[in-house]
Design a protein. Structure first.
Length: 170
């Protein structure tokens, strides 16, 4: 091959290589197609939408990896999409502190208040430092509004030796 022909061939190969690399280093930002399983645009960070009902444990999950859904009340039944299947776990609900002062009847309970928890205010046996003669018990049995019961404290006045008093009368 003659030197001019060899030089021409080198220039053609060099020009082709430069054309190929110029696209990689250009400012043109055209999106590349992707298989986006979240249904959003390529390159976007989308969150999966949790199903309304809890799926069966181990069933197929098509949401983005790591999507966590709360199907219980207050984090007590959690499901996570992991490696394409639903995995379940849960937390026990923490015990909340009783509100201060005592709530009024009919007022909304705090979110996630356990039905079995009640709060006692005042003196149970009339020995409280505030000299309270009443005991108030507040509970939220339906999970919506406070139920408040106020009654006299038990003063420890001795046993009902005759057995004729009301149950909370002594």
């Amino acid at each position: 091959m003659s030197p001019p022909l060899r030089l021409g061939l080198v220039l053609v190969v060099f020009a082709a290589a430069c054309a190929g690399f110029s696209g990689a280093c250009s400012d043109d930002v055209t999106p590349t197609p992707s298989d986006d399983d979240a249904g959003g645009e390529a390159g976007s960070v989308d969150r999966g939408q949790c199903p309304l009902e809890a799926p069966a444990p181990g069933s197929t999950c098509l949401l983005p990896e790591g999507t966590t859904c709360d199907f219980g009340r207050c984090g007590t039944l959690l499901a996570q999409c992991s490696r394409g299947v639903w995995r379940f776990g849960g937390n026990t609900a923490p015990l909340p502190p009783c509100p201060e002062p005592a709530p009024n009847a009919g007022v909304a309970c705090p979110r996630c208040w356990p039905a079995e928890i009640s709060c006692t205010y005042g003196s149970i046996d009339c020995s409280a430092e505030d000299a309270s003669t009443r005991t108030t018990i507040a509970s939220c049995p339906e999970g919506t509004t406070w139920v408040v019961e106020t009654r006299p404290c038990r003063d420890g006045g001795g046993p009902d030796v005759q057995g004729d008093a009301e149950p909370d009368a002594d």
